[in-house]
Design a protein around this ligand. Structure first.
Ligand SMILES: *Cc1c(COP(=O)(O)O)cnc(C)c1O
Length: 400
């Protein structure tokens, strides 16, 4: 790789494109807009027929017995923990390589998040680290399918079975993904998806819990104040004003306006995924042989949802750090990001739970060299070529 005065190279090459390429804009079309408009012209805005259809269609798509649509991926995890009866005195094991919401919901349940290290190739929760972290107080494991690559569910479900634990998956990145031929969403007992604006399928904000019918239905009253209108109906009475409150539920149901977007997004999901996969392949082909880069792996028994393309820098082959690498991409008009700064590095978790970097040798080594490249279905072939050119150019300018 050429080295030398970086400013000279920059001056020569400059931005690879006229405008900044956004990192992950929403992929919304007239179909979603029209469906929202007809919802607004109709009679039902909050949880109603469109939400029910969205629950059925998404559950069917992932092969789950049932789905429960909620206001966010965070809420899906929250009601799952509540329905599982997890609270003070309990421990829940999760990964340091995740967004803070995964651990926040455990903390808010009153339980202790036990945050463990990851596997070096996928950066998913390490089943051996989980095994070492199990105590008599452990109630659940919360794996995260990081970047869309499924965690090692066989090993995790075996551990759960042996120690009588539940498994609640954070599948915010993992639609559609599969593990040994089974779709994420129907592998473990409960699985939480996010439909945040940047996710593979969006409803603006939104989420869904999928899994075994009995467990999903146990979570349902937790989404609407714990209100029960059915008992009286079952008794043959039907006063429309009557309800009982059977548990201290949250308020996190999905509206039909959100579900309207989701119903139209589902129709596009396979095409979105094909495009994401093709872009990931193009990045890997172009960057895989370059000394400055390590490209993401896909284990042979999984199909990744390719939510995030996480390139890793070989910092010993570069004269700049990760922050500067991202800044150099930006100067070339390519947005990049980081997924994630590990949780044990966040002040709240480090202080509240006494987490030390020593406990996370793999995450410590790998997280500081992560760079997420733009990956979304709206990228044109020219955009993809621009990302590749800019990334190679930064390596050319600053590599050795
Ligand atoms: C986006 C995300 C969440 C939270 O989802 P929301 O719908 O924003 O609540 C949780 N975990 C991970 C890994 C995420 O990326």
């Amino acid at each position: 790789m050429a080295s030398g005065d970086p400013s000279r190279h920059l001056g020569t090459i400059g931005p690879v494109r006229a405008t900044l390429l956004p990192f992950s804009p929403p992929s919304i079309g007239d179909e979603e807009i029209d469906e929202v408009a007809s919802t607004l012209r109709g009679e039902w805005l909050t949880t109603g027929p469109r939400t029910q259809r969205f629950e059925r269609e998404l559950a069917t798509l992932v092969g789950a017995e049932a789905g429960l649509a909620v206001s966010s991926g965070t809420a899906a995890m929250q009601v799952a923990l509540a329905a599982a009866g997890i609270g003070p005195g309990d421990e829940v094991i999760t990964t340091t390589m995740t967004f803070c919401a995964t651990a926040h919901v455990i903390h808010h349940a009153g339980a202790r998040p036990v945050i463990v290290d990851v596997e070096p190739d996928t950066l998913n929760i390490d089943p051996d680290a989980v095994a070492r972290a199990i105590t008599p107080r452990t109630r659940a494991i919360m794996p995260v399918h990081l970047h869309g690559h499924p965690a090692e569910m066989d090993a995790l479900l075996d551990l759960a079975g042996a120690h009588d634990l539940t498994v609640i998956e954070d599948a915010a990145h993992a639609l559609p993904a599969s593990y040994r031929g089974r779709m994420v969403g129907s592998i473990g007992p409960l699985c939480a998806f996010s439909f945040y604006a940047t996710k593979n399928l969006t409803t603006g904000e939104g989420g869904m819990l999928t899994g075994e019918r009995e467990l999903v239905e146990a979570a349902r009253p937790w989404t609407r104040h714990g209100i029960d209108r059915d008992r009286q109906a079952a008794a043959g009475k039907k006063d429309s004003w009557w309800y009982d409150v059977v548990l201290p539920g949250f308020k996190c149901n999905m509206s039909d306006i959100m579900a309207a977007i989701g119903l139209r997004q589902i129709e596009k999901l396979e095409a979105f995924h094909a495009r994401r996969t093709a872009i990931a392949q193009a990045y890997t082909e172009a960057l895989g042989g370059v000394a400055q880069f390590q490209v993401p792996t896909e284990r042979p028994h999984v199909r990744s949802a390719w939510h995030i393309y996480a390139l890793r820098l070989h910092l010993d082959r570069l004269r700049i750090d990760r922050a500067r690498f991202i800044e150099e991409l930006r100067q070339r008009h390519i947005s990049a990001s980081v997924h994630f700064i590990p949780l044990h590095r966040m002040r709240f978790y480090a202080e509240e739970y006494g987490l030390e970097p020593d406990g996370y040798p793999v995450a410590e080594r790998e997280a500081e060299r992560l760079v997420s490249l733009p990956l979304h279905p709206l990228l044109t072939d020219t955009d993809v070529a621009d990302v590749i050119e800019a990334t190679l150019d930064v390596a050319r300018c600053f590599g050795h």
